[in-house]
Design a binder for this molecule. Sequence first.
Ligand code: BDR
Ligand code: CA
Length: 318
Amino acid sequence: MKKVLLFGDPGIDDAIAIIYALLNPEIDLVGVVTGFGNVDEKQATDNAAYLLQLGGRPDIPIIRGAKGPFSGEIVTYYPEIHGPEGLGPIRPPENFTANVRDFNFAFELIRKYKDELTIVDTGRSTSLAAAYLLLGEDIVNSVQDIYLMGGAFNYPGNVTAVAEANFHGDPIATDLVLEKGRDITIIPLNVTNHSIVTPQMIDVISAQQQNPFSTLIKPIYEYYTNAYKELIPGLNGSPMHDAITLFAVVNPHYFQYISRRVRVDTSEKSRGRTIADFRVKPDAEPLVTLDRIALSFDYHAYIKDFMKIMTSSLTHNK
Ligand code: BDR
Ligand code: CA
């Protein structure tokens, strides 16, 4: 079982990723670090708390992360894709128990679990970059590995022609993480745009009623899919950018990778663009300084797993 510290900005696809993690017997979710992104940090925290409560795991710590990017600029949120409160038409209830912690609790978890821990970042990179700055790279790099959802390699962006939303949201932070980090796997739009879940699949999941998420899943999915219909006409469904990143953590063999040193453009004009040198070179760099970029995957294996996990019941004692 993989111990996962998830950084995210729930947000519909982050919410589905949290549900996937709670239901997956191979994932031990040790904490959720919430930050600005799809919604503001406070809303992301409330949404994570609601999902953990619904899943019967209010004990899992929710760690309050970054409220904005390193640049200090005013943040743009995405209510048209994720809904005004980040869960489509659902408004999380106001009062429930949650184990909400300050950011330094993330340091405790990293120190405690070290090489047993996988960090997964499905949001803006600010909180993870702050951990590098405050805790130091030796300690953060003592974790087993790091997975980042973001970027687009020689592939169209989703917030600009060249940039993906997570890496665009705080390019200084993502660049810092890539510069200081080790054992990083990137799951970019090249992969996640193809992680399409169809309305028919969601009908099956919500009809099974095997877990407490079955009534939530359909309305949040429909909101997200309607938004995607506007963004990418002709798509039969919507991509699960963040859930497929967790699928990759426990099923890395279903992906094909290329290893390159990756940086992120922080300039105004092409902000958030991922830069990797794909030229064939005689002097190969040592693997340790390279980032592993997923470029394709086995869609059928992913869907088979997604359906199995999302229609399963909760195992509280995992
Ligand atoms: C990523 O950006 C966010 O809006 C989504 O939650 C996902 O993590 C996709 O570009
Ligand atoms: Ca996200």
